[in-house]
Design a protein around this ligand. Structure first.
Ligand SMILES: Cc1cc2nc3c(=O)[nH]c(=O)nc-3n(C[C@H](O)[C@H](O)[C@H](O)COP(=O)(O)OP(=O)(O)OC[C@H]3O[C@@H](n4cnc5c(N)ncnc54)[C@H](O)[C@@H]3O)c2cc1C
Length: 400
C-alpha cells in the first residue's frame, strides 16, 4: 500500500522537505512512498528579496525540479487539517473543495504579516511581505511619478526597524529617485518603537546600520508607535502626523494561521513547538518546519529564527525525518549551530556578521557581494537534476 507524505507549502522549508523526503524514499528503494507538495503555486517565492524592484519577478519555477526528483505537486490552498483523521482539505484550482489523506504531514506554510491592531492599515498601508503585496507597493511607487511633487508624495514611512524595515528603508532612496527623478526631495523615515537604531542587532552591527542610515539620509523616529494609517499619512501615538502617500508596514509577522488547525503548544507568534526531529510535540505523524516551527537549533538551547537561513536546513531535516519514519530508519536530530547575519544597506552597501554575537566581518561593498551571492544564488532552488538535488537535500550537507 502507498504511504503518503503530504507537505503544505512550496517555500524554502516545503521545497527542501520534499527533496529530502524523496531522497530517502529513493535511497531506500521505497517506490511505495509518495511525496506530494500542495501550495497555491508551483514556484519558490524569494521573499528575502521583496524589498527590491519588480518583486513579482523574484520567483523560481519548481515543476521541472519536482519532475526530476519524483515529487508530486497539487495546486491548492489548504483550508483545514484534521490531525486525527490524517486529512487535509484544500481549495483546488477550479475553486472546488478537495481532500488529501496523509500518513505523514509536514506543515511548511510559512508566515504572514499581521495588520490587525493598526487603524486604517488594511485600507491604506503597504507591505512587502508576499509577492502580491510587494508588487502592489512597487506599482504604487511607479504611479507616484504621475502625481504632482509634494512632501506627501516624496515621503516614505517605514513602520518597524527590524531586518525587513532596514533593508527597505535603505533601498528606498535610490529606488524612489529612479522613479521620481535624481533631484526629487526624497524623505525616508523609519518609525520604530524601540529606543535604538537596529535594536535587535549587536552594538557593533548597530553602529554600521547607523552610519549607513546617516549616509543615505534615512531618518529614524525612535520610541514611536503608529496609531493609525490614513490615505495621506500616518498618525503616531504621540499625536504627530507625518504626511506621506507611502506608509509601509514591516513589523508583526506571525506563523501561518494553519498552525491553529493542529493541536499542540504554540509560541507567541503561533509557531508549533516541535521536538528535535521537528515532529510537533504531542503528534505522532505531523511535522512542522520553517517559519511555522518553534525548534531548538543548537546545544545552547537557542531557537531557530523566522528566516530562510533556518527554514532551508529545517526543511531538509523535516523531510528526511518524515520519510525515515516510514522507511523504518533512524531520524536525524535538527541542529544548526552556525549563524550569520547579512543586511542589505542599499546604495551604501551591506553588513555581514558571523556567530550569534553578530561580530562584524565585512561592510559596504565587500558585504554587498556576500549579500548578493546569498540572495541571488545560495537560497534559490537547486538545478532540476535528481543527483545534484539529492546531494544538496542531505540535511548533513554543508549550508552556512
Ligand atoms: C521582505 C523580507 C525580507 C526577508 N529577509 C530575509 C533575510 O535577509 N534573511 C533570511 O534568512 N530571511 C529573510 N526573510 C524571511 C524569510 O523569507 C522567511 O523566513 C522564509 O521565507 C520562511 O520560509 P518558509 O518556507 O517557512 O515559508 P515561505 O517562504 O513563506 O513559504 C510558505 C509556503 O507556504 C505556502 N502556503 C501558505 N499558506 C498556504 C495554505 N493555506 N495552503 C497551501 N500552501 C500555503 C506559500 O504559498 C508558500 O509556498 C525575509 C522575509 C521578507 C518578507
Amino acid at each position: 500500500m502507498n504511504q503518503n507524505i503530504v507537505i503544505v507549502g512550496a517555500g524554502f522549508a516545503g521545497m527542501w522537505s520534499a527533496l529530502s523526503a524523496a531522497r530517502i524514499a529513493s535511497s531506500q528503494n521505497r517506490a511505495d512512498i509518495t511525496v506530494t507538495v500542495i501550495a497555491p503555486q508551483p514556484e519558490l517565492r524569494v521573499r528575502p528579496r521583496f524589498y527590491e524592484n519588480n518583486p513579482e519577478t523574484l520567483v523560481s519555477p519548481l515543476l521541472p525540479l519536482f519532475a526530476a526528483t519524483g515529487v508530486h505537486f497539487v495546486a491548492g490552498t489548504v483550508t483545514d487539517i484534521d490531525d486525527a483523521a490524517h486529512r487535509v482539505t484544500y481549495t483546488g484550482e477550479n475553486g472546488r473543495e478537495e481532500v488529501l489523506n496523509f500518513d505523514k504531514l509536514i506543515l511548511a506554510s510559512g508566515s504572514a504579516l499581521n495588520r490587525a491592531g493598526i487603524a486604517g492599515a488594511a485600507e491604506f498601508a503597504f507591505d512587502i511581505d508576499q509577492a502580491e503585496s510587494a508588487g502592489r507597493f512597487d506599482r504604487h511607487l511607479h504611479d507616484l511619478a504621475g502625481r504632482e511633487s509634494s512632501a506627501a508624495r516624496n515621503t516614505f514611512v517605514v513602520c518597524g526597524g527590524g531586518l525587513t524595515g532596514i533593508e527597505l528603508a535603505t533601498e528606498l532612496p535610490s529606488r524612489a529617485r529612479a522613479v521620481l527623478g535624481e533631484n526629487a526631495d526624497i524623505r525616508v523615515i523609519v518609525v520604530e518603537r524601540g529606543d535604538k537604531i537596529g535594536g535587535r542587532f549587536s552594538d557593533e552591527m548597530r553602529s554600521v546600520i547607523t552610519r549607513a542610515s546617516q549616509a543615505l539620509d534615512v531618518e529614524w523616529r525612535l520610541n514611536s508607535t503608529v496609531e493609525a494609517v490614513q490615505q495621506d499619512g500616518v498618525l503616531l501615538t504621540d499625536g504627530t502626523f507625518i504626511p506621506a502617500l507611502s506608509v509601509i508596514l514591516t513589523a508583526g509577522v506571525n506563523a501561518s494561521a494553519l498552525t491553529a488547525r493542529i493541536a499542540g503548544e504554540k509560541d507567541a507568534r503561533g509557531r508549533l513547538h516541535v521536538d528535535d526531529n521537528l515532529k510537533v510535540i504531542g503528534q505522532e505523524d505531523i511535522y512542522a518546519t520553517g517559519d511555522v516551527a518553534y525548534a531548538v537549533c543548537d546545544e545552547e538551547g537557542r531557537h531557530a529564527l523566522m528566516t530562510c537561513q533556518h527554514a532551508i536546513p529545517m526543511g531538509k531535516f523535516a523531510g528526511n525525518n518524515a520519510a525515515a519514519a516510514l522507511a523504518g530508519i533512524a531520524p536525524l536530530p535538527y541542529r544548526q549551530p552556525g549563524y550569520v547575519t547579512c543586511v542589505d544597506l542599499g546604495a551604501w552597501g551591506a553588513v555581514y556578521t558571523e556567530t550569534w554575537q553578530q561580530n562584524v566581518k565585512s561592510v559596504q561593498d565587500e558585504a554587498k557581494k556576500i549579500k548578493v551571492s546569498i540572495t541571488n544564488t545560495l537560497i534559490y532552488p537547486p538545478e532540476a537534476d535528481k543527483e545534484k538535488a539529492f546531494l544538496q537535500a542531505d540535511p548533513l550537507a554543508p549550508f552556512v
